[in-house]
Design a protein around this ligand. Structure first.
Ligand code: NAD
Length: 261
C-alpha cells in the first residue's frame, strides 16, 4: 500500500472488467477516488464502484467511448465535478480480434486503432491539458502489451496499435517531463481476463500459451494492478517513459530456454 495515494483522483478507462477492473479494486484498496469508465457494461462498472467503496475508496461509474473526444472530456468533467480534480489517468480500455491481414476489413483495422491507439492519445491529451493548465504534477499510465515488442501474425492491427502506444508514451514522457508529468506503459503478457476467456477455456490453447511463458503460468489481473499502483505512487517518482512488462518472462525469447538455439 502507498499512503500518498489516499484521496488521489484517478480515471480508469475500461474499468468494468478484466485488468481495468482489477486496477479499480486496487485503487480502492489504496483509498483513492476513482472514475470507473465503461462503454457498454453498466452492471460491471457498478460492481466495480461497490468493490472500490467496500475496499475503502470512493467511486462513480461513467459511460464514455474512449475513442471519442467528447467521451474523454466527459470523464475529466466527472472527475472534477465529483472529486475536485485529477491526479492519475489510466488508459486501459482496449480490444482485439483476429484476421489474416490480407482479409482484414478496413473497418476492423480502424476500430482497433481507434480504441487502442487514438483512445490513448485522446485520454492522454485530456489529462495533459488539465495537468498543464493547472500546473499540476500528473501521472498517466497506458496499457500496452507484450505485442508492442513481439510481432503477432493475424493480429497486425492490434500489434500496430500497441507499437504506436509505445512510441506515443515515450514521446509524451519526454515532452512533459519538464512539467513534472510522468507517463509510463504497462506491457501485460497472457493475463486471465474476459479478452482471453475463450482461449484459456480450451486446455490445449491454455497449455500452448503457458508454454510460451518462462514462469509457466498465466498472469492474474491483480498482478498487473499492483504494477499500476506502483507506477501511480511516489515510489516510482524517477520513472518515466518506460514499458514495464508484466509477462512472466514472455518477452525474454523463451524459445531459447534450456540453452536451445
Ligand atoms: P477486457 O476485454 O477484459 O477489458 C477491456 C475493457 O475495455 C472492457 O471493460 C471494455 O468494455 C473496455 N472498452 C472497450 N472498448 C471501449 C471503448 N470504446 N470505450 C470504453 N471502454 C472500452 O480486456 P483486458 O484483458 O482487461 O484488457 C485491458 C487492456 O490490457 C487492453 O488494452 C488490452 O489490450 C491490454 N492487454 C491485455 C492482455 C491480456 O492478456 N488480458 C495482454 C496484453 C495487453
Amino acid at each position: 500500500m502507498y499512503p500518498e495515494l489516499q484521496n488521489k483522483v484517478a480515471v480508469i478507462t475500461g474499468g468494468s472488467k478484466g485488468i481495468g477492473n482489477a486496477i479499480c479494486y486496487r485503487f480502492g484498496e489504496e483509498k483513492m477516488n476513482v472514475v470507473v469508465n465503461y462503454n457498454s457494461d453498466a452492471s460491471g462498472a457498478e460492481e466495480a464502484v461497490n468493490l472500490i467503496k467496500k475496499a475503502g475508496g470512493n467511486a462513480i461509474a461513467v459511460k464514455a467511448d474512449v475513442g471519442s473526444e467528447d467521451g474523454n472530456l466527459h470523464l475529466l468533467e466527472q472527475a472534477i465535478n465529483t472529486f475536485g480534480g485529477l491526479d492519475i489517468w489510466v488508459n486501459n480500455a482496449g480490444m482485439e480480434n483476429q484476421y489474416n491481414t490480407h482479409e482484414l476489413p478496413l473497418a476492423e483495422w480502424e476500430k482497433v486503432i481507434n480504441i487502442n491507439l487514438t483512445g490513448v492519445f485522446l485520454g492522454s491529451r485530456t489529462a495533459l491539458n488539465y495537468f498543464v493548465k493547472n500546473g499540476k504534477k500528473g501521472n498517466i499510465i497506458n496499457m500496452s502489451s507484450v505485442h508492442e515488442q513481439i510481432p503477432w501474425p493475424t493480429f497486425a492491427h492490434y500489434a500496430a496499435s500497441k507499437g504506436g502506444v509505445k512510441l506515443f508514451t515515450q514521446t509524451i514522457a519526454m515532452e512533459y517531463a519538464p512539467h513534472n508529468i510522468r507517463v509510463n506503459s504497462i506491457g501485460p503478457g497472457a493475463i486471465n481476463t474476459p479478452i482471453n476467456a475463450k482461449k484459456f477455456a480450451d486446455p490445449k490453447q491454455l497449455e500452448m500459451t503457458t508454454s510460451m511463458v518462462p514462469m509457466q503460468r498465466i498472469g492474474d489481473p491483480a498482478e498487473v494492478a499492483a504494477v499500476a499502483a506502483w507506477l501511480a505512487s511516489d515510489q516510482s517518482s524517477y520513472v518515466t517513459g518506460i514499458t514495464l512488462f508484466v509477462d512472466g518472462g514472455m518477452t525474454l525469447y523463451p524459445s531459447f530456454q534450456g540453452g536451445r538455439g
